[in-house]
Design a protein around this ligand. Structure first.
Ligand SMILES: Nc1nc2c(ncn2[C@@H]2O[C@H](COP(=O)(O)OP(=O)(O)OP(=O)(O)O)[C@@H](O)[C@H]2O)c(=O)[nH]1
Ligand SMILES: [Mg+2]
Length: 432
């Protein structure tokens, strides 16, 4: 669990937000993106004193925004003792360098800001390693003379050879560090795999969703887990797994993990693969959505795209529309209900329709089936008629001691199958 004290213990930087948009982009979408960036900036510990936006027919290669606008912003920076400028879009190294020259303060883009939040919130060894890897991978192509000498930070690995530039040395240090981090993650993910295998007999459910949708709140409601909940972006960076009980009385596992956001840096997504492995191996995914956010449809799309990017496909998804308590004063809810017929509407915070959600989870789970390979010894052939009764036979082949079957078992028949054939199972083939 994240220590709240640690997070609140930070100095607030005086910051401005700058957004450049193309002519013709919808005003309300631009505003939503700026608001989200402001929320990110606040989470990172910045106080936003002003927001600037500029519509451009073409982005400026040297400075993203126009030179005149940059000068105007520079005046504001000087007059208000601003120390940080944050751009909504990713900037090229040249743009950052030029803007820092004009503004005379630090300039960050959206990816750098998200990486910074992740770095601040990372608690576990795994999260810290993943974030550092993503940061270095992001830094590598951006290494220019503006970056300070890194060997001090990394303990002087790779000393500078004659005639080499500092940048080349730094690049070698980073490459070396990236290699170490990758090996460390490999180790961590092996340990996690063993942990997951030990739990594989329980039905497994995974919470996913846009950041701040209410995943950890729901986790706490369903399992009394005591997971850290905050009105901040990326409060959760690790995966927590807790037990909960389905209406049928069956014990199941629920995992809560890192949230997604628009334009999450791809290195970050890639390096969080091991954290997200729990999600990838779940039986059913619960996709939590903050339905009170007017842009919730965009959020759904971002989450679906990220799952696709991570190749987490073929797992049944229940769309859980959360925070309906904030919707009551609107007439909007009933039209959303007819738009999302197969979804379930809840409020995790106010405990509205939690039973309905549990029942939905149970219903979808009951429709699940799993594949197994098992070998029935030749001296137990009398059991075949039972097997044909409770399983769908996909294939069979004769071996040295018995017949090997590949079968599909419906959840409803699972207990019977386990009782009768548990001893003959070679392996479980995952969830199809
Ligand atoms: N009004 C209302 N607020 C909610 C509800 N569910 C969660 N919240 C609030 O939404 C904020 C975010 O909740 P979390 O549970 O931390 O969200 P999360 O999806 O785990 O967020 P990250 O871990 O940051 O990705 C908190 O302030 C919660 O109290 C709800 O049903 N209604
Ligand atoms: Mg959370």
């Amino acid at each position: 669990m994240i220590d709240k004290e640690l997070i609140s213990e930070k100095q607030y930087e005086r910051a401005i937000i700058i957004s450049a948009s193309r002519k013709g982009e919808m005003r309300n979408i631009i505003e939503e993106h700026i608001n989200e960036l402001e929320f990110l900036a606040k989470t990172a510990g910045a106080e936003i004193l002003e927001k600037f936006s500029q519509e451009l027919a073409k982005f400026n290669i040297a400075t993203m925004i126009g030179k005149g606008k940059a000068e105007e912003i520079h005046e504001f920076i000087k007059e208000n003792s601003i120390t940080l400028a944050i751009f909504d879009d990713d900037l090229t190294p040249i743009q950052i360098r030029n803007l820092e020259k004009i503004f005379e303060i630090k300039v960050l883009d959206r990816s750098m800001l998200i990486l910074d939040i992740f770095a601040k919130h990372a608690q576990s060894n795994e999260a810290k390693t993943q974030v550092e890897l993503a940061q270095l991978q992001y830094l590598m192509p951006r290494l220019t003379r503006m970056w300070t000498h890194l060997s001090k930070q990394f303990g002087g690995i790779g000393t500078k050879g004659p005639g080499e530039t500092q940048i080349e040395t730094d690049r070698r240090i980073i490459k070396h560090r990236i290699q170490i981090l990758k090996e460390k993650l490999e180790d961590i993910s092996k340990t996690r795999e063993v942990q997951r295998k030990n739990r594989s007999n329980f039905p497994r459910f995974a919470l996913v969703g846009y950041t701040n949708a209410g995943k950890s709140t729901l986790m706490n409601v369903l399992s009394q887990a005591g997971v850290y909940v905050e009105d901040k972006l990326f409060a959760t960076l690790d995966t927590t797994v807790r037990q909960f009980v389905l209406p049928s009385g069956v014990e199941a596992l629920l995992s809560d993990t890192v949230g997604f956001i628009r334009k999450l840096p791809t290195h970050l997504v890639a390096s969080f693969r091991s954290t997200l492995a729990e999600t990838a191996e779940s039986d059913i995914i619960l996709h939590i959505v903050d339905v009170s956010n007017p842009f919730f449809r965009d959020h759904i799309k971002v989450v679906e795209d990220t799952l696709n990017y991570l190749k987490i496909v073929d797992i049944p998804i229940i769309l859980v529309l959360n925070k309906i308590d904030l919707m009551q004063e609107y007439f909007g809810l009933s039209s959303i209900e007819s738009e999302f017929k197969d979804s379930i509407f809840i409020s995790a915070k106010r405990h509205i329709n939690i039973q309905g959600l549990l029942q939905k989870i149970q219903d979808i789970y009951n429709k699940q089936s799993k594949e197994y390979i098992l070998t029935i010894p030749y001296n137990k052939m009398e059991m075949l008629s039972l097997l044909y009764k409770c399983a769908e036979i996909i294939s069979k082949k004769d071996g040295d001691f018995g017949t090997e079957f590949k079968v599909r078992i419906q959840y409803d028949d699972y207990e019977f199958f386990q009782n009768k054939f548990g001893n003959f199972i070679n392996n479980k083939l995952g969830n199809e």
